[in-house]
Ligand binder design. Structure first.
Ligand code: AMP
Ligand code: MG
Length: 324
């Protein structure tokens, strides 16, 4: 089947087109990312989505050498995300579905991040560390839903990095810039480390790093911030791995692009005799993962009436029944 997916939860408007039976062939992966001056403003981000959705759709169709009537399924990110962005994308997806008479599915953005990882790695039942802007979760499929074994109790790790970056004068998104600066230092300065059972807090380390940045070299603070926050993620992942006896570890979401985090998790997996993988090129928000999850749901017989495609701002990963 030919599946088209539209992503638009926060910063990236993405359109992916795939051919999917059991294997996935990516025919198009078009993306446009909103770069805010100071933190993502929901209304401005939604305006950005509205301005760029048509050219992004046209670009994807042109790359795939397809026209709308040939598409078998349209899916879009139903949540979680920023309300104005979600509504903009959902409205476009519904209009396209009605106009071209193509089935429509709203999909969970976090599950899409996990499914693309599973598809690319070939892992069947991994322990997942999902780290993006607003989300930080350690999960595994159990009894038909993803069960969350650990998560942030306050801010998501990506948002924490971006907030620190803003205070330190780095451009948004700060994650990649912090990574680059951290590579220049080996000077660790102690920062608050907060793991509670299998949950984590990041606001303490954020505040302390912001204070530290006023009197220390930025490279040293970036290095210390990464080492501390990623060690928290590694500890919780390792604990879950031991408890659950998982044999595969999957890292997904935008912060997963970070090479130092990849290194640390590969070590954790190795130490417990598990395989490690990450969906290179598809860690950040993209339309391909939305198309893939939609295609999997469709093949499993999931249908949605138009009323069921309303956006769900706080859509949790563990609410989705995984029937595929
Ligand atoms: P997502 O919404 O999944 O695309 O993730 C976005 C988040 O990933 C933002 O907070 C970025 O700062 C963060 N991010 C992207 N690349 C990196 C990187 N190399 N290191 C750390 N964080 C990153
Ligand atoms: Mg995301």
């Amino acid at each position: 089947m030919l599946a088209l997916g539209i992503e638009g939860t926060a910063h990236t408007i993405g359109v992916g087109i795939i051919e999917y039976e059991k294997d996935m062939k990516v025919l198009a992966d078009s993306r446009k990312t909103y770069i805010p001056k100071a933190g993502i403003h929901p209304r401005e981000a939604a305006q950005f989505m509205g301005d760029h959705i048509k050219p992004t759709l046209n670009d994807a169709l042109a790359r795939a050498k397809l026209e709308f009537p040939e598409i078998d399924l349209i899916s879009f990110s139903q949540g979680p995300g920023l309300g104005p962005c979600l509504r903009t994308v959902a409205t476009v997806a519904r209009a396209l579905s009605l106009y071209h008479n193509i089935p429509l599915l709203g999909v969970n953005h976090c599950v899409a991040h996990i499914e693309i990882g599973g598809q690319i790695s070939g892992f069947k039942n991994p322990l997942v560390l999902y780290v993006s802007g607003a989300n930080t979760q350690i999960l595994m499929l159990n009894g038909g839903t993803y069960r969350i074994f650990g998560e942030t109790l306050d801010v998501g790790i990506g948002n924490m990095l971006d907030k620190f970056g803003r205070a330190a004068g780095l451009e948004h998104p700060a994650g990649p810039k912090i990574e680059e600066l951290a590579r220049k230092s080996k000077n660790y300065i102690e920062l608050p480390y907060t793991v509670k059972g299998t949950d984590m807090n990041f606001s303490g380390v954020l505040t302390a790093a912001e204070v530290l940045a006023k009197g220390h070299a930025l490279e040293d603070v970036c290095f210390s911030l990464q080492e501390t926050a990623f060690a928290m993620l590694a500890e919780v992942t390792e604990r879950a791995l031991c408890h659950l006896g998982a044999k595969e570890v999957l890292l997904t979401g935008g912060v997963g692009n970070n090479i130092r985090l990849q290194e640390m998790l590969a070590l954790v997996a190795k130490g417990q005799g598990a395989k490690f993988s990450t969906p290179k090129g598809f860690l950040s928000d993209n339309g391909v993962m939305i198309a893939l999850l939609g295609a999997k749901m469709h093949k499993a017989g999931v249908n949605q009436a138009l009323e069921e495609t309303k956006v769900i701002q706080g859509f949790r990963t563990d609410e989705v029944v995984i029937s595929w």
